[in-house]
Design a protein around this ligand. Structure first.
Ligand code: NDP
Ligand code: GDP
Length: 361
């Protein structure tokens, strides 16, 4: 009797263990130290995934974003360098991943003019390296590629941009991403690999890199308020962007890989605002009441109460070529993925400003 009980119990344990093993999906997130990598890791952990994060050797170091989200000890970090074929092959061959989210990139448009070759190699060739590794060693693994609205560039249609809109990239960054975007299409068609591109419009958060305009605005306005710097200096404040919240957008990435068929999707908020509108809304959180004066490089914003110059324009921050207008149409994602953004533009700005202000309280 005792023997039978033991057999029954061990079979039960085996079944439970085996079930857990079978049911737990394993994902590789490249660029885990970045904004989206951190939010996606948290999102997938909440879904019960085993999360492996790819990180390059000279990574920014502290993994402050994972710490901020309190998940640093919940993800396994492996060395992952998009410039190195053998490294990518090893990770993908041995990892047996159900899903790979390729979020790693030289992601800043501004730097892509200074380092066009490096940008092309990381963002373009890096994706081919991943796809080749999947094709050779792990053909059942699903791949998500971080494409971008920058690929639409200066398409002269002034309507909203959807999956049907022609691409007209105008920066080395956008060209490198378009190369990767087409490679995803080719590997899907030619080799039947489940790979998708999410054409994501700008998305921000308190974890956004400091070189991007929204983060720069909210941090520098706080520094101006507390007299750490005299003013916020910017380039083109008339470009328009469709800004959303990163945490909302990582859900769409995951949903793309849960579909029956691989496909590409535009992910956007469906609203567009100028950089200047972002500044005006953000300034209110710092009790600045801005009045704009002058034109071009002489344009400034003055605080009505203190008469202090809060914003100045500097030629240093203009780009050699600019995307003037981004405005997304995500109706395909609404329909097929049942995805919609949850966070409004005003709430996003409020969240980012509060996060900066609390550093001074
Ligand atoms: P981040 O700049 O915050 O993160 C980029 C990540 O890529 C970092 O972890 C960085 O590592 C890593 N990385 C850079 N170079 C390499 C390399 N050679 N090998 C391996 N890893 C590397 O970007 P986001 O999280 O904001 O964006 C995620 C992805 O989505 C990017 O591909 C971006 O281009 C794309 N995208 C982003 C949009 C946005 O608005 N945020 C809009 C559309 C697309 P390290 O910490 O070492 O620098
Ligand atoms: P992008 O859309 O991926 O290039 O995201 P960014 O946040 O870098 O830039 C958004 C817009 O803000 C672009 O049109 C920039 O030209 C404009 N911009 C104006 N001043 C600045 C600045 O000082 N820094 C950055 N990053 N962008 C600026």
């Amino acid at each position: 009797m005792i023997y039978l009980d033991t057999v029954f119990l061990s079979t039960k344990i085996f079944v439970i263990l085996n079930y857990n093993f079978m049911s737990k999906k394993k994902a590789l997130i490249t660029g885990i130290s970045g904004q989206d990598g951190a939010y996606l890791a948290k999102f997938l952990l909440n879904k019960g995934y085993e999360v492996v994060g790819g990180e390059r050797q000279n990574a920014s170091g502290s993994n402050w974003r994972l710490k901020d989200l309190d998940i640093e000890d919940k993800v396994k970090i492996v060395p992952f360098e998009l410039l190195e074929d053998s490294n990518i092959n090893d990770v993908i061959k041995s990892g047996k991943f159900n899903e790979i989210y390729n979020l790693a990139a030289q992601s800043f448009v501004g730097s892509s003019y200074k380092s066009p070759i490096l940008t092309s190699n990381i963002n373009g060739m890096g994706v081919t390296r991943i796809l080749e590794a999947v094709r050779q060693f792990s053909v059942k693994t699903k791949v998500y590629q971080a494409s971008t609205s920058e690929m639409f560039g200066n398409n002269s249609d002034k309507g909203k941009q959807s999956e049907e809109t022609d691409f007209h990239p105008v920066s080395p960054y956008a060209v490198s991403k378009l190369y990767a975007h087409w490679m995803i299409n080719i590997y899907r068609e030619a080799y039947n690999i489940f790979c998708c591109s999410g054409i994501l419009f700008n998305h921000e958060s308190p974890l956004r890199g400091k070189e991007f305009v929204t983060k720069k605005i909210v941090t520098d306005l706080a520094k101006v308020k507390y007299n750490i710097i005299p003013s916020l200096k910017l380039g083109n404040i008339y470009s328009q962007r469709d800004w959303g919240y990163s945490l909302d957008y990582v859900e769409a990435m995951w949903k793309m890989l849960q579909q029956k068929k691989p496909d590409d999707f535009v992910i956007s908020s469906g609203m567009t605002y100028s950089v200047k509108e972002f500044i005006n809304k953000a300034a209110k959180h710092y009790d600045f009441d801005l009045i704009w004066k002058g034109k071009g490089l002489n344009e400034i914003a003055i605080d009505k109460n203190s008469k202090k110059t809060i914003v100045k324009i500097s030629s240093q921050f203009f780009r050699p070529t600019e995307v003037d207008y981004l405005y997304g149409n995500s109706s395909k994602a609404h329909k097929i993925l049942k995805w919609k953004p949850k966070t409004s533009f005003d709430d996003l700005i409020s969240m980012m400003c509060q996060n900066e202000l609390k550093k001074f309280s």
